[in-house]
Design a binder for this molecule. Structure first.
Ligand SMILES: CC(C)(COP(=O)(O)OP(=O)(O)OC[C@H]1O[C@@H](n2cnc3c(N)ncnc32)[C@H](O)[C@@H]1OP(=O)(O)O)[C@@H](O)C(=O)NCCC(=O)NCCS
Length: 273
């Protein structure tokens, strides 16, 4: 599959794609030099590149990742879904920095090096079991997993509702995916680090909320103050506090904590495979 065909499949803006590909073809030797690093998940070299240059390098890597997926027998839908994240992060770059292209290449390098896959609603990353540094701990003695043991960390991409049935099928598919394609990777649980599993949200959003139902899929191990992440995910990147006007109970709760200078947290959770 050509890179243009891939861009179409992942629904990347056509003009953005053309701009990045034009830069890649004018700077072919630069791309050829740095692609191997990106394919290994390394992106520090790209710190000073602009969004179009980062996107150009990323797109240049896609045909070889496509082949690597095919070689491992991973189906094309997982490839397309995984790399649809490029569009999400190009949109975020524009919203956050007004920058065209991709800023968060550090994140997409994980996809390019096949450390993250999107399987249905959720994303899955090879990782190690950890407790967030300086976390306030909760029920640690009940946790059957050891620090540092292999696990898979879940991520929750923006862009669609967090339907519980979709999350559960995603988890089931993930079990089958890792068993089939990575049989030597023995892991016992999924972990998550997110604002979404905040137990206080049950009172705010009620039992029918997708977020609350998602939270119930995990045991919580610890939590750390992370007001910035909460605010960004709930009010967007602009941080235009004077003009916040809550549209729902989640925003009202978040704003009231910000105004009272009370912290909002990220939670460290786990779920048995
Ligand atoms: C995860 C996500 C899809 C959940 O949305 P959802 O399926 O609508 O969740 P719920 O049904 O529980 O939503 C309850 C209410 O809160 C609102 N809400 C949910 N997430 C919201 C968010 N991030 N910002 C503002 N409002 C939000 C919903 O619109 C709904 O409002 P309503 O009662 O007026 O209809 C959404 O929060 C999102 O896109 N987040 C961005 C991705 C993210 O944060 N990932 C984790 C990074 S650590």
């Amino acid at each position: 599959m050509t890179v243009k065909e891939i861009c179409k499949k992942i629904q990347l803006d056509e003009k953005l794609c053309e701009k990045a590909l034009a830069w890649a073809s004018e700077n072919e030797s630069f791309c050829r030099k740095f692609m191997p690093l990106l394919l290994k998940g390394k992106s520090n070299f790209a710190l000073n590149l602009n969004g179009i240059q980062k996107l150009a390098l990323t797109l240049s890597c896609l045909p070889s990742v496509y082949q690597a997926y095919a070689k491992k027998g991973i189906n094309e839908k997982i490839f397309t879904d995984t790399f649809s994240d490029i569009k999400i992060w190009c949109d975020n770059a524009f919203e956050q920095y007004g920058e065209e292209g991709l800023v968060n290449i550090h994140w997409i390098a994980k996809h390019l090096s096949m450390k993250i896959f999107r399987i249905g609603r959720l994303q899955y990353e090879f990782s190690r079991f950890l407790i967030l540094p300086h976390a306030k701990l909760k029920d640690v003695l009940k946790c059957p997993y050891k620090l540092g043991e292999k696990c898979i960390t879940l991520h929750i991409p923006q862009g669609e509702k967090l339907d519980t049935d979709k999350c559960l099928s995603s988890l089931q598919e993930a079990n089958a995916f890792f068993e089939k394609h990575y049989p030597d990777y023995k892991y016992r649980c999924y972990t998550v680090i997110t604002w979404l599993v905040n137990p206080d949200l049950q009172t705010v959003l009620g039992d029918d909320s997708n977020i609350v139902k998602f939270g119930k899929l995990f045991n919580i191990l610890g939590y750390v103050p992370d007001s910035d992440m909460n605010e960004r995910r709930i009010f967007g990147y602009k941080k235009d506090r004077e003009n916040y006007s809550p549209q729902n109970a989640l925003q009202a709760y978040t704003l009231s904590r910000i105004q009272k200078k009370l912290p909002l947290y990220s939670y460290n959770g786990y779920r048995t495979k």
